[in-house]
Design a protein around this ligand. Structure first.
Ligand code: AHR
Length: 645
């Protein structure tokens, strides 16, 4: 890293103290706490999500069986294997025995040709990089089975160690025989050490043939939702206080082919009704267990506004012409149906479907995004396509906010979704993007952004770049209304990461937040409801001619509390005078929270989940005029309280 060139010798000598002497080039942040720049939207910080990096299957979605519907590979039952002990013998194969009344068209056939009273034979699933085993936990296992006339008997269901020596939990599905039936058992672990070195097994003792389909295993979920989400990851998300959830993508919405777009109608109802789909944007099949209603349930659980993106005719196949004109009408109707599904009352066609599926209350979605990254439309059909969607949506639902996924001139959207992926070096420039941004256009939705430093999750350098960028968004809260980091999740096992520098990492049993996660949590917790006028003079400049200090100031208008955020991206202490003009008298005592680490490459991981976390303490010597020394490579939030009269 480059050394700063403007730090005074005096302030270097006094590195440890907050109040330092300043030279003529003293950096000053001047705050006019009485002058509002803009209201901070309650949706300022949210979440962006899609099925990438094993975000849902193998991540947030509670299902523990990998390839539960046998659709991951048309040629082989991936993640399934045969187990046989002693003289027991047989084989497994993919099959397609019809299962009427369901969307399940693939199954696993187990032919048992010989048995052994001392041995066993059956099927094994290796899970998403192992099956998580927690102590004193109840798991629900279920599967559909059909047998040939020869087979009749019990099936033993176990969660056991990969070497088969330890059975962590076991249950019996009794009298399995005949045509397709669903069998459900409960598996309960005892006091054991947490491990993911485990597998899921179903074994038999009799000869004959058994077909299995939709084999499922769930641990307890967040809020005990059936078909719900993993608890630890939901708790991390709740800690961020997200204002909205952008879903279902991202590229996951679009896919490479129209046929494999996120087709919301195929993600509804009991999981046996979901055909799954080829998530070719990110090269693995999606179970669609986390479907449209699960996204909305996730929003309800975390009290987030849903921000629903609809397919708009543009796929990821850059050579294919987007769907346009009259041919687009079926997708416009698909979007209108979806809006009716989420918002219509039970008297409407799609509202009635939702009601029948167990959610009579409309979800009251307020934000609809048209497509994803339509700036990739080389055929330049975007203006026309957006106009078609905008007009159709606004005609039926004038109160909905319609978001464009690229700049558009044919209509003025309520928000424009702008994406930024950047390096640490690019952060400095981006931090000023909105200072001189057109104020007459649509409001800004920073729908994907990330400083891509560190992997699988970001390191301190990434968090510094992110924080510098965010100060620019906060300073311009009059125009920037919503923002979300992407990608949100990564399964850190080998092969899990498809996109580097993600926010939250996990394996089967545990999860952690990156330094960027903690930075965002801090920013969201220290916001208030307005940004106020502030300026900086004598910004320290590094040898590479980039700025070293970034800042924003926001305020809680009811309490008079000021939140001063300062990001020092240099390797030296940076001191700044803070001058505040406020109608309220500010207390000399406040709260300081600092996120830093020894090295910029320091990060969090499964092994050291809290290596880089914020430290909060009481700060003295504050008030309306003070000087503060910002630690090297640090993100500092000063919370200045107004004295009560
Ligand atoms: O966040 C990863 C991908 O980046 C998103 O799917 C896409 O919208 C963007 O290009």
């Amino acid at each position: 890293m480059k050394k700063t060139i403007c730090l005074s010798a005096i302030s270097l000598l006094l590195m440890g103290s907050r109040l330092v002497a300043q030279d003529a080039k003293n950096t000053v942040i001047t705050i006019n706490a009485n002058e509002k720049v803009g209201d901070i939207s309650p949706q300022f910080y949210g979440l962006m999500t899609e099925e990438i990096n094993y975000a849902y299957d193998g991540g947030l979605y509670g299902e523990l069986i990998r390839n539960r519907a046998f659709k991951d590979n048309a040629k082989a039952p991936e993640h399934w294997s045969l187990i046989k002990e002693g003289n027991a013998d047989g084989q497994i194969a993919l099959d397609s025995i019809e299962q009427r009344g369901t969307a399940l068209d693939k199954n696993l056939r187990l032919d048992i040709t010989s048995t052994d009273t001392k041995g066993k034979i059956g099927i094994v699933n290796d899970g998403f990089w192992g099956i998580p085993v927690w102590a004193n936990t109840k798991y629900t296992a279920s599967f559909y089975a059909k047998t040939n006339p020869e087979f009749k008997g019990n099936l033993t269901v176990t969660i056991e160690s990969n070497d088969g020596k330890t059975v962590f939990a076991s249950a019996v599905a009794k009298s399995v025989s005949g045509d397709w039936k669903k069998y459900t058992v409960t598996l309960t672990t005892r006091k054991i050490d947490t491990t993911s070195d485990a597998r899921f097994v179903i074994t038999a003792k009799n000869k004959g043939t058994i077909w299995f389909s939709l084999v499922s295993l769930f641990p307890p979920t967040y809020n005990n939702r059936p078909n719900g989400n993993r608890k630890d990851i939901m708790e991390l998300l709740a800690g961020m206080h997200p204002g909205f959830l952008r879903f279902p993508g991202g590229n996951y919405l679009q896919s490479n082919k129209v046929e494999t777009r996120f087709d919301w109608k195929k993600t509804l109802g009991d999981i046996s009704q979901r055909p799954t789909h080829d998530n070719n944007s990110w090269h693995y099949n999606s179970s669609d267990g986390l479907g449209l209603m699960e996204f909305l349930g996730w929003c309800e659980d975390l009290k987030m506004e849903p921000l629903l993106a609809v397919f708009d005719g543009l796929t990821l196949n850059r050579k294919a012409k987007p769907i346009t004109g009259d041919s687009l009408n079926i997708y416009i109707q698909e979007a209108l149906d979806e809006i009716e599904f989420v918002n219509g009352n039970s008297a409407t066609k799609w509202g009635a479907v939702r009601s029948k599926l167990g959610h009579p209350q409309p979800y009251n979605v307020k934000y609809i995004e048209v497509g994803n990254e339509d700036w990739f439309d080389r055929a330049k059909t975007w203006d026309a396509r957006f106009a078609q969607f905008y007009d159709a949506i606004k005609a039926k639902y004038p109160n909905l906010s319609v978001i464009s996924s690229a700049h558009v001139t044919s209509r003025t959207p309520d928000y424009e979704d702008i994406h930024h992926y950047f390096s640490y070096k690019q952060a400095a420039k981006l931090a000023h993007k909105y200072d001189s941004y057109q104020r007459t256009d649509a409001k800004v939705f920073e729908g994907e952004w990330a400083c891509r430093e560190g992997f699988p999750t970001t390191n301190l350098l990434g968090a510094l770049g992110d924080a510098a960028f965010l100060t620019g968004l906060e300073r311009n809260a009059d125009i920037v209304k919503m923002s979300c980091f992407a990608p949100l999740f990564v399964n850190v096992n080998s092969g899990g990461m498809q996109w580097k520098s993600d926010l939250i990492g996990y394996n089967a049993v545990s999860s952690y937040g990156s330094p960027s996660y903690y930075m965002q949590k801090l920013f969201a917790e220290n916001m208030g409801d307005m940004s106020v006028k502030s300026t900086i003079t004598n910004v320290p400049i590094g040898a590479d001619t980039t700025e070293q200090l970034f800042y924003s100031v926001t305020k809680d208008s009811k309490q008079g509390t000021l939140f001063v955020k300062v990001v020092n991206v240099s390797d030296a202490i940076q001191s700044s005078t803070i001058d505040i003009n406020s109608s309220k008298i500010l207390s000399s005592e406040g709260v300081e929270t600092v996120l830093t680490a020894e090295k910029v490459t320091d990060t969090n991981s499964l092994i050291e989940p809290k290596k880089v976390v914020p430290v909060t303490s009481i700060a003295k010597g504050l008030g309306s005029h003070f000087t503060y020394s910002f630690k090297p490579y640090s993100i500092t939030i000063l919370k200045l309280e107004a004295k009560s009269n």
